[in-house]
Each structure stands twice: as C-alpha cells, then as structure tokens.
Design a binder for this molecule. Sequence first.
Ligand code: HEC
Length: 294
Amino acid sequence: MKSPRFTLALLLLSLVALVIPRFTRGQAPAVNAKRQPPNFDATIQSNSNRMLEEGRKTFRYATFGSEAFWGDALQLHKAIAGEKNGGVGGGVSPKTALSVGLKVDADALPAPLKEQLKAGKVDLDDPATTLALLKLNAVVGVTGLFDKKGSIRSMGIQCAFCHSTVDDSFAPGIGKRLDGWAARDLNVGAIVALSPNLQPFSDLLGVDVATVKKVLNSWGPGRFDAEPEEEVSIVGCLCTPLDRLADDVMAPRAEPGDLVAVFQAGAYGLSASPHTFLAQHRAVEKVVGLPAGN
Ligand code: HEC
C-alpha cells in the first residue's frame, strides 16, 4: 500500500506534468507563426527537374574526354573531313553518315536549313555538309571540336551515340531525339573502320591492322563488339523469375526476331504445363523430326 503522502506527491506531479505542456503549448504559436512550413513537394519536384535537366545535358553533350581516343588516337575526325577539308581520304558525307546509322537532331537545325533540306537544296554527298552539321551540334552523340579557323581538330562521342536514336519525323535518320533508345541501326564497327589510324586497336589486340579492319566491318548494325557469342539467361514472359530455361549460358548472338530452340524442355513442355496459367495464350507445339538414320 502506498502512503497518502506519496499519493499526494504523485498527484501533484501529474498536475505539473499536465500544466507544463499546456503552458509551453500556449507559448508555441508565437514561435511557430514565424516559421512557414517548408513546401517539400515543390522542393523535391524542382530538384528532380533540375537533376533530370543536368543528366540530359550530360547524356547528350558531355564527351568525357573521349576525344583523346576517337580524335587524337584514331584520327576519325580526319576521315570525316576528307582531304578537301584538311583531313584524309574522301571524307564522310551526310548520306554515308546516315547509312552507318548516325542520326541528326532536327531540333538543332535552324529553320532556313530545314527549308533548304526539304527543298532538296542541301548537298548530302558533300563532307563539308557533315562538318556544318557537326558545327551545329546536330549529329546525335558526336561532337566535333573546331579550331578558331573553323577546321575540325578532334572529335568525341557521348552516351547518346550508342544509347539514342531519333523519331525520323523530319526524314529517315533526322528527327527528334529519343534518349535512351537502343541504337539498332548504328554500325559502330563500320564507323571505327573509317579511321585512318587503327594502330591503337592493332597494338591492343596483337593483330595486324588489316585484320582489325576486317573484323570491324563484319560487326554490322546494332553490334557493339566482335564477340560471336554472348552470355544469356533464357526466361519466359511471365513474372516468375525462378523459371529460367537457361541461366548464364553462352549462346550465339541473337537478334530481334531470331528463334531460340530448347531441345530438352523437361517439365516446361506443353503436356506438363498448366494451360491457362495467368491467362497466357496456349503455346504452339511443333514436333521437329530428325532425318532418318539419326
Ligand atoms: C560506344 C557505345 C556506347 C557508349 C558511348 C555508351 N554505352 Fe552504355 N552500353 C553500350 C553497350 C553495347 C551496352 C550493353 C553492354 C552489355 O550488355 O554487354 C551498354 C550498357 C549500358 C548500361 C546498362 C548496363 C547494365 O549492366 O545493364 C548503362 C546504364 C549504360 N550503358 C549507360 C551509359 C552511359 C551513362 C553512357 C555515357 C557515359 C554510355 N552508356 C555510353 C554501349 C555504349
């Protein structure tokens, strides 16, 4: 049993406990009134807008010093310019550039030039036109560096070179940028093979320049390295990530539209599968026979 004095003390303490917060709460509005509640949503929104804007700029225009390789080492800018414009060889015309999958940012073209292009008045066979487009920063993913006299002295590439395309809204290969889209037409091998100096590759790989050139030209559009095989996991279209038909296996490079044959499907065969699982379409089963004697 607690003593009455102890109970009284407890009661007083509780009263004090009740009164103190009231007292301070009573004073608080004077302090709080001055402090506006921060508008976090607007702050977050403006931060994310700013960062998106900065990231887009970096993605589209930063060369990350790549001119040391593409320009200084490979001298690719000289092949683009051609002999007539202070480079080497025939130069790269806009037609050639478009044919190896390079894209033109229509938004970077001044209106009069667009009119001339529409009217067919721009010479798309002249490398000087390619240089003019580079000066306008209109070639997606490629930056030409020019000296004071306007001659190209080096070039670098951006993330957008391999990770962008355009919507072809102006003409094939010319349109609005589509950041982050796969550059399926880009023939990196053919572009690099234009370089007048493939020695850096030759030194790195320990094969002669002729071989480097041959391999580069064999890549084809949408290929970014020379490996004939790639490491893949083969999965279905359902949201069951453990259902893998193959995991981290080496397979010949696949292109969109290729078929993958699985010779031992095990329990993934049609007769063992739950046919209406997740409302999937019924699979088509085809029996492939081997020629007699096999
Ligand atoms: C010369 C072409 C090229 C350039 C330039 C390039 N990339 Fe890539 N990037 C690729 C290729 C090819 C792959 C796929 C590699 C693979 O799957 O083996 C890739 C993959 C990626 C991935 C996916 C990585 C993953 O593991 O899934 C990201 C993210 C990426 N790149 C971002 C960037 C950024 C950011 C830049 C600019 C700083 C950039 N890339 C520049 C060709 C390029």
